[in-house]
Design a protein around this ligand. Structure first.
Ligand code: F3S
Length: 289
């Protein structure tokens, strides 16, 4: 029996990089040095967050909280892959923290574009979801007005001020097709508009790979949190191709009885599933069946 793990299962490049940064900082920290902080949870995965807390990492959820920390305890703050508003980094530094920026380079690119184009006088249109931390951070890099558009209806209703020059970017995890449709609506209105596609294809690559693997597999295992919407999506995609698809959170949930006819077991995982959980499942399936 063969076990194939999808190449892009689990963390995307940006999240992996941010999580690695935290573990590197833990390893480097001297015994008497002030604590390490992350600005917000580094990732939406309880196992990882709990493990970091056990190793002494604290979470700062706001600048107000950062101000409350006694000066002698102000250590290194790691910025997660979503990034933060420009003033957050500046303020943290002014408070005496050392800032380690683990913003995903693809998100950083958007910040740079927004900073440059807004400095040139253009208003920024972000195609993304209201309240998403990445979108909030991106807004904070503009020195002009920003607009947020999250749906085709909002694009239809959108009316900028007369003569306003617009520059359109997207949230990295926004659906590419929807982004194109929104842009088409805005462009049709005849405004003075420039567009850059900043959708990251990590999610799409993960889903396409899962579909291909599931179409060949006799049994498919999808690993990820119960509340992870991208894991659920992966499960649905795999289930369409392979009837024997199982969603598990960790190895503890796996109660498989594989008939002898099974030739190929495929494994994939959602964006917030850490490698060690994936490896544990892979090794278990390899050695026990
Ligand atoms: Fe991940 Fe960075 Fe793309 S955080 S989803 S690789 S923009």
């Amino acid at each position: 029996m063969e076990v194939i793990l999808a190449e892009h299962a689990g963390f995307c490049f940006g999240v992996q990089r941010a999580v690695d940064t935290v573990y590197e900082q833990i390893a480097r920290r001297g015994k008497d040095e002030p604590p390490i902080y992350t600005f917000g949870s580094i990732i939406h995965n309880e196992e990882v967050v709990n493990d970091l807390q056990r190793r002494g990492v604290r979470i700062l959820s706001s600048l107000a909280e950062a101000e409350q920390i006694p000066e002698e305890e102000r250590g290194t703050v790691i910025i997660r892959s979503h990034g933060v508003e420009r003033n957050v980094s500046e303020k943290l530094k002014a408070l005496g923290y050392q800032v380690m920026d683990a913003t995903c380079p693809f998100v950083k690119r958007i910040h740079d574009i927004v900073e440059k184009e807004s400095a040139a006088g253009k208003s920024i249109v972000i195609v993304g979801d209201e309240g998403h931390p990445e979108v909030e951070a991106t807004r904070g890099w503009s020195c002009t007005k920003t607009y947020l558009i999250g749906s085709l209806e909002e694009a239809e209703k959108f009316v900028p001020q007369a003569g306003e020059e617009l520059y359109v970017v997207s949230q990295t995890t926004f659906n590419y097709k929807k982004f194109q449709d929104v842009v088409e609506i805005i462009e049709k209105k005849g405004y003075n508009v420039s567009v850059v596609n900043t959708v990251c294809n990590a999610t799409e690559v993960r889903q396409t790979e899962a579909r291909e693997l599931a179409s060949k597999a006799d049994v498919m295992i999808v690993i990820g949190g119960n509340h992870s919407s991208n894991t659920r999506k992966l499960y649905e995609i795999c289930r369409q191709e392979c009837e024997e698809t199982y969603h598990i959170r960790t190895l503890d949930d796996l109660h498989l009885q594989l008939p002898e006819t099974v030739r190929l077991v495929g494994i994939t995982a959602g964006a917030s599933t850490p490698n060690n959980i994936i490896e544990e499942v892979r090794n278990y399936v390899r050695t026990n069946f």
